[in-house]
Design a protein around this ligand. Structure first.
Ligand code: PEP
Ligand code: MG
Length: 616
């Protein structure tokens, strides 16, 4: 970890010595399993944008702003908590062997305590977060910590507390020197375990914030172990002076459902034990001794937001039909079968984009046709007869495929990727197409090609689809009579020539994520270009409208499947532009459906035409 290696980095490992081969094989095996991380961690969904509070309330003198860490509104008396450790002794020791042996015992007891904390987490239904404590336990066996301690005890006659403290500080320093902010916060984990061992060695009892009545816990900082030992029925919220939103303590609080704010700074020291405080974990706002009016406003607002979410969720299984009877299909974007359950419980009417990349990335050879067939079939089956659009491989460029020896490109987003790469690797591409066709025999499956820039690419891709179908027939396998086939419109050239595609394709799906980046020449995800990267820019809206009109002129339909489709601020505009289907991340579905139900299509059209012709 202290090398600063991150997911996706390429590392070269060499070893010498008698067991070097076995060591290398063990490391290779770990790497093959992505070091136990099957999938990239799920993105924490952004908290709902808080509705603006009245200005006099924001100007409240005793309000603090911290980092939103775990959502939820909480109010109650403050309970201050701070651990002070006794000073580390400086004496030298006479019997290193005895010191080392009893220090080993101390480590053993700490290990047992961590196991007990893990059990506690299970009883809080936060077992998933147990990996954090498990990692703490592993530090107790880590040679990077233990070797220097042993060395200092035996060679310098240093007492165990001083030796341990020195080793912990050095390891924490090496984390703090890393360039990656997330990895730097791991220094806190080392320090937390370090403190836990020291407390035990110096005879301090294991700390658990003492709470006798429901309260908001105020602390300079908290360790995961301290959070694990909290009684969730007594802790209304957690507010800390330091820490960011990715610390392990915060992840634990979130998994226990306790509202939390971190990084409130020294201003938090104004809070005295028993003072009433109010906090909004979703926005990071914190108030000391709030007025009655503020209490009422914040709690009412949170109730309103909760009610609106609950109402939208309750109706999420109904279709989204405007007041003047125009139905818009609302679908989910998914990456694997694991996403289907949430899609369906959120009210998805099917899948608008199944991104198939995950099957192809991070492996040494492309997946076989059979493996793909099983993966696509699993999704279609889980959807219980609802339609699914399977998007063919959109990799290469910034998503490398190790088995294709792709050259490093100066501009991966403009590089050899997606359909460009698939057309140049027809055998690999056809195995994907055969797998999709086999599933389409039994289920309502559609095919979609990504990153189409030229009409000739569409023609070539469709030819390979026909070849794939012929190959299946030659093998004596069933093929569907026809499979609906469309293209993603994410390159301006395709949008501007949509009329040429429209007679041939069955549908268009507009990928506004890429369409925006190519239209404005603003790389998606580059924070410095955030204000330039604007899917609401009239140029992007013009392209969307062109595609919809070209589709409708030929009796075809058009969908939007970029992030914009799930943005509640875009719903009226996209419906007004005539989009037939919106495909989005599952959590956005209930709200977007609710918005559509409140729309009048005729007025949304008028409004959309006005907006899209308004220059920025
Ligand atoms: C898009 O570009 O809008 C899109 C949906 O595809 P992806 O985000 O996978 O590039
Ligand atoms: Mg895209």
């Amino acid at each position: 970890a202290t090398l600063g290696v991150l997911r996706g980095h390429e590392i070269q490992v060499s070893a010498t010595g008698p067991e070097s081969q076995a060591a290398l094989a063990a490391i290779q095996a770990l790497a093959d399993q992505a070091f136990g991380d099957a999938e990239p961690p799920e993105a924490v969904s952004a908290p709902a944008a808080p509705t603006a509070l009245s200005p006099d309330i924001l100007a409240h003198p005793a309000s603090l702003q911290g980092a939103p860490a775990s959502p939820g509104i909480a109010t109650g008396p403050a309970a201050l908590y701070q651990v002070t450790l006794p000073a580390i002794p400086a004496h030298v020791i006479a019997d290193p062997a005895a010191e080392w042996a009893s220090f080993q015992e101390c480590l053993e007891k700490t290990r047992a305590q961590i196991m007990a904390d893990l059990t506690l987490l299970q009883s809080h239904n936060a077992a998933k977060a147990g990996d954090i404590l498990e990692a703490h336990r592993l530090y107790l066996e880590d040679a990077a910590l233990l070797d220097p301690v042993r060395d200092a005890i035996f060679n310098q006659k240093m007492n165990a507390a001083a030796a341990w403290q020195q080793a912990v500080e050095r390891l924490a320093q090496s984390y703090l020197a890393l360039p990656d902010a997330y990895q730097r916060t791991r220094a806190k984990d080392v320090e937390d375990v370090g403190q836990q061992v020291l407390a035990r060695w110096l005879g301090e009892p294991d700390t658990a914030p003492p709470l006798s009545r429901p309260a908001i816990l105020i602390a300079p900082d908290l360790s995961p172990a301290e959070i694990a030992r909290l009684d969730p029925s007594l802790v209304l919220g957690i507010a800390t002076e330091s820490g960011g939103s990715s610390s392990h303590a915060v992840i634990l609080a979130r998994s226990m459902g306790i509202p939390a704010i971190t990084g409130l700074g020294p201003g938090l020291r104004q809070v005295q034990d028993g003072m009433t405080v109010l906090m909004d974990g979703a926005s990071g706002e914190f108030w000391i001794e709030p007025s009655q009016a503020l209490l009422v406003e914040v709690t009412e607002q949170s109730v309103r937001e909760k009610d609106a979410r609950a109402a939208a969720q309750a109706q999420s299984h109904l279709p989204a039909i405007t007041r003047d009877q125009r139905q818009v299909r609302v679908m989910a974007n998914i990456g694997s079968v694991k996403d289907v359950a949430l899609a369906l419980s959120s009210g998805a009417e099917g899948v608008g984009v199944f991104r198939t990349e995950f099957l192809f990335l991070q492996r040494q050879a492309p997946p076989s046709e059979e493996e793909q067939y099983q993966a696509y079939r699993a999704v279609a089956e889980a959807l219980g007869g609802r339609p699914v659009i399977i998007r063919t491989l959109d990799a290469g460029g910034d998503k490398p495929l190790p088995y294709l020896n792709l050259e490093k490109e100066a501009n991966p987003y403009l590089g050899w990727r997606a359909i460009r790469l698939c057309l140049a690797q027809p055998e690999m591409f056809k195995s994907q197409l055969r797998a999709i066709l086999r599933v389409a025999v039994e289920f309502p499956v559609k095919v979609m090609f990504p990153m189409v820039a030229l009409f000739s690419e569409w023609q070539a891709a469709r030819r390979l689809l026909q070849e794939a179908s012929l190959e299946l027939r030659e093998r004596g396998q069933a093929v569907p009579a026809a499979v609906e086939t469309g293209i993603m419109v994410e390159i301006p050239s395709a949008a501007l020539t949509a009329e040429q595609f429209a007679p041939e394709v069955d549908f268009f799906s507009i990928g506004t994520n890429d369409l925006t980046q190519y239209t404005l020449a603003a790389e998606r995800g580059n924070p410095r270009l955030a204000s330039l990267y604007d899917p609401f820019h009239p140029a992007v809206l013009e392209l969307i409208q062109r595609v919809v009109q070209a589709a409708h002129a030929q009796g075809k339909w058009a969908s939007v499947c970029g992030e914009m489709a799930g943005d509640p601020r875009a719903t009226s505009l996209l419906v007004g532009l005539g989009v037939d289907e919106l495909s989005m991340n599952a959590p956005s579905i209930p709200q977007v459906k609710q918005i559509i139900r409140g729309l009048d299509y005729a007025s949304a059209r008028v409004q959309a035409n006005k907006e899209h012709s308004t220059a920025h």
